[in-house]
Structures are given as C-alpha cells and as structure tokens.
Design a protein around this ligand. Structure first.
Ligand code: GTP
Ligand code: MG
Length: 490
C-alpha cells in the first residue's frame, strides 16, 4: 500500500452549505476519527464501519464540542483510495469545517495535497491514470455530453482500449525479441509479414482513437462560436438573447463592443463558448482597431460562426468583406438576419446569388428561407428558437463544411448506451500520436529489411507511449502535474 501517512482535507467547496465533508484516508483514518467523534449512543471509540453514525465532534483535550455530525468509516481495501477512510459530514460552514479539520490534523493527519486522494486511488491500483483524469473531467464537465464522455472514461473505456492495443503490441514485441535472443530460430519472411500486418493494424486503431480528440475537445472546452458582423447589426443583442441575460453592453452607437465577450451556454446538452466580438470595419481609433483585430482572431479560433446582418438596412461592402473572410477561413457559418421586427430593407432570397459556399444547409433549409440563413429579432426573440435549432443541427452534422477541409470535424450524435471512448485530454492525444509515429518507423524498418532489433526498439517506443497514458509506465513528474490540477480533497 502506498502512502504511509494519513491525509485529511475538506472535500466540499468553500462557502456556506447544508453540509460540508472532512475526509480522511490512510492507516490511522479510523483511529483519528474515533478520537474526535463522540457517538450520540454507545461508547466513544467503538465505531461500526460503513454505517452513518450520528454524534458530535469534540476536542479530546478540552472536551469542547465543535459540531454535530454524521460520521462514516470505511475499512481498507474497499474504499476510493483502497486505504482506510473516514468521512465526517459537518455543517457546511468555514468554522465547523475548519475546526474539525484542525482537530484531525492535530490528532496526526497531514493536510492532503490537491488530488492526493485520487492519486492514492491510482497508486494503489484502484484505477488507471485515464480513469483518475476522468474524475477531474467529470468534476469540470460543463454539459451533459461532456459528463457522458468523462463517465465513459471513468468506467475504464479509454484505458481498456489502450491496454488492449498495448497487449497486442507486446505480443508482437515478445515474438520479435525471441528471435533476437535465439538467432538460430531466424524469423521467416512469412512471420515478418505477419508482424507488419499486425503493427499496421494497431497503428490504424491508434490513429482512429487519436482523431476522436477534436470531438473530445469540443465536448470538453465547448464549441467556440463567434458572433461576427459589422458594427451595430445587433451582435451583442444576439449574445444577450441567446444567453437570456444582458451580458454585453448594447447601444445604438456603432462600435460599442471593443473586446471579445465570451460566455458558456448549454445548448441541448452541448456546451458552447459564445464570443461576442467588436464590429468589423475600418476602425476609427486604436482601441477599436485592436478590437477588430481580436474579432478576426476569434474568427480564426471559431468552430462555428454566426454572421450577423441587419435586415432593416441593405447589406454593403462591409458585410461582403466579412463574409469573404469567413469563407476564406472555411468556417461553418450560419447567416443571421437580425431586426426582423423592423421593416425589411432587402430580400433574403438575394443571398442565394452571393458569392459564398460556406453557408451550409441548415435543417429546415427547405423552408421559406434559403438554407443556413435564419431571420431573427434579438429584440423580440422572434426566430431565436429556430436559430438554436440551426446551431444544434450544425454541431451534429458530421464532416467538414466543404469537401476541401480535411481537418474539420463536428460533434457526432452520441448514443449514451454505446458511447465509444473519446480522447478529451491533450496528454493522451500526443502520446497516441507518438505511438503512431513510432509504429510508422517500425513499419519502415520492416519494409527496408532492417534487423529485428531496430524494429523491436521502435515497437518498444510505441509501448512506452501507450503505457504512459494509462500510467503503467511513467515518471513522477507526470503524476505530479496531473494531480496538481485537482482540487484539494479529491
Ligand atoms: N429593432 C431592433 N433593434 C435591434 C435589434 N437588435 C439590436 N438592435 C439595436 O441595434 C443597436 C445595436 O445593437 P448592438 O447589439 O449593440 O449591436 P452590435 O452589433 O453589438 O454593435 P457593435 O458592438 O457596435 O459592433 C441597438 O440600438 C440595439 O437596440 C433587433 O432585433 N431589433
Ligand atoms: Mg456589440
């Protein structure tokens, strides 16, 4: 068992709440708990495990009663950390929690480092590293979809898949190395071809997994959605209408928004990071110029663009220039014609003849408006439901906005019953790519008739990369970095 000492922390967030939990893990967790806990019934010091016991926390030196609590003790090894654990449900305030923590520290516990409970769970073999990381992703999930992906990883879906590939590869490696150790059993050409096919197959599977990262990134960080358009078309009003709160400043003066205003929003289980930007035009001053520059950065960064036009005044060069830029960036785009509550100055049918192709067919494209064009009024809310529907449709559509962009992917419709593992973590992605590169080198080595030693060296490199993902091989620095991101008490 790892961790000879007993750690303690407040596991609930700071602030006031109904309850707050002080958690202990380690060889003396139950001992410490029983020294500070006075059961309402029965004798002090005798605690039944895996029952919630009602009682008081009292200072064993002075007898002062600190809080009224529920205590649970769990003997090793069937616990989160696989060590002895105790959880004290205090009242959720800084004084009862702080004083209870102080008391258990005085009784011999040490304050836990961030993520140390989960780190112990990993070190004690309860979970692999991908599962430990999934705990953090679940805590941080900003949408149901992100939560689902984290849960799939937490249950070991990703780690299992990677271990599976590593096992296949280790099998090949063992056979390769047997031939090095026993040169008289020279590898037949047929066997080498078999290794080649096996390695190629594994490399393909690893690449497929690595490619799910883009999808995973969208799940975890949200789909970056930029609201773009010339000044005064109603971009900030649109952001506010989408969020349902007046987040951005709206005035009738063109050039109001100077900086990118970004907010998270949950759209049907997908998390979106919506960015309201400064209106794009020839800037009047340096502040505005910087704002415009940031708008263009937001465009570069965006997964989805809402290009806003004013339906009450005819579009001009400024609008066309922005559309050209969106087109050049090859971005998914929905054209939003705002201010439908005012008299129309131009027909949306005219858009059909405009020179851009990025605007894709939105669901309902067969309706009264050309595909991908959604008229709304940010002021009255008219059309907002259709816009949200169009945005969801655009997220769910697979593949690039045009055939020419091989890099773009989109969120796929996930069936919770059969969620296949998705790579959401950049560390995993770069290790998978590292493994694929090593296998590529192994393949070249076989094809060019290199000795088995060289091939096995590359295969071992790939195995090392895969092992680092699940934590089967790994340096202490990697672990430290990963667990430092956790909150204290998890
Ligand atoms: N009638 C009507 N007015 C709107 C609508 N949306 C926005 N406006 C008005 O248009 C003006 C500009 O709105 P903003 O939301 O500040 O426009 P913006 O595109 O963010 O402007 P900049 O930040 O300057 O680029 C304000 O006076 C809004 O009240 C709408 O749907 N209908
Ligand atoms: Mg604005």
């Amino acid at each position: 068992m790892n961790g000879a000492d007993t750690i303690a922390a407040i596991s609930t967030p700071p602030g006031e709440g109904g309850i707050g939990i002080v958690r202990l893990s380690g060889p003396d967790a139950i001992g410490i708990a029983s020294r500070v806990f006075v059961p309402a019934r029965g004798k002090k010091g005798r605690i039944k495990s895996r029952r919630m016991l009602y009682g008081l926390i009292a200072d064993p030196q002075t007898g002062e009663e600190i809080d009224e609590v529920l205590l649970t003790v769990m003997p090793a090894p069937r616990t989160y950390t696989r060590e002895e654990m105790a959880e004290i449900n205090c009242h959720g305030g800084s004084v009862p929690l702080g004083r209870t923590l102080e008391l258990v520290l005085r009784e011999g516990a040490r304050l836990a480092l961030p993520g140390e409970f989960t780190k112990r769970a990993f070190l004690n073999g309860r979970m692999d590293l991908t599962q430990a990381e999934a705990v953090l992703e679940l805590i941080r999930a900003k949408s149901e979809e992100a939560g689902r992906a984290a849960m799939a990883q937490l249950k070991g879906g990703l780690g299992g898949k990677i271990k599976n590939q590593a096992d296949r590869l280790a099998g090949i490696c063992a056979r390769l190395e047997a031939s090095i150790d026993f040169p008289e059993e020279e590898i037949e050409t047929g066997t080498m071809a078999e290794f080649l096919a096996g390695i190629e197959d594994i490399r393909q599977d690893i690449l497929v997994l690595a490619r799910t990262f883009e999808e995973g990134r969208l799940l975890r960080d949200g789909v970056k959605t930029a609201i773009l358009g010339k000044p005064n078309v109603g971009k900030s009003s649109l952001l506010n209408a989408l969020l349902g709160v007046p987040r951005a400043i709206v005035t009738e003066i063109p050039g109001t928004t100077r900086d990118v205003v970004s907010e998270y929003m949950d759209l049907d289980g997908h998390v979106l990071r919506i960015m309201d930007t400064a209106g794009i035009r020839e800037a009047a001053d340096i502040t505005e110029a910087e704002g415009v520059r940031r708008s263009l950065d937001a465009l570069d960064d965006a997964d989805l663009v809402l290009c806003v036009l004013d339906g009450s005044s005819a579009p001009n060069e400024e609008d066309f220039l922005i559309i050209e830029r969106i087109k050049a960036g090859n971005k998914r785009c929905i054209l939003v014609i705002n201010k439908t509550d005012l008299p129309r100055a131009w027909s949306v049918q005219a858009v059909k003849s405009w020179p851009f192709k990025t605007i894709e067919s939105a669901p309902g494209g067969a309706g009264p408006h050309p595909a991908g064009i959604i008229p709304v009024s940010a002021k009255t809310g008219e059309g907002m439901a259709a816009l949200k529907k169009g945005m969801i449709g655009s997220l769910k559509r697979k593949g690039p906005p045009t055939e020419t962009s091989p890099t773009e992917t989109s969120l796929t419709e996930t069936n919770p019953a059969e969620t296949s593992p998705v790579v959401t973590n950049i560390r995993h992605k770069s290790a998978l790519n590292g493994a694929a590169r090593a296998l590529e080198r192994a393949i070249t080595a076989i094809r060019t008739g290199m000795p088995a030693e060289i091939v096995s060296m590359e295969v071992r490199d790939a195995l090392h990369e895969l092992g680092a993902i699940t934590g089967q091989v790994g340096a202490e620095e990697i672990l430290e970095k990963i667990f430092a991101e956790f909150c204290i008490g998890k």
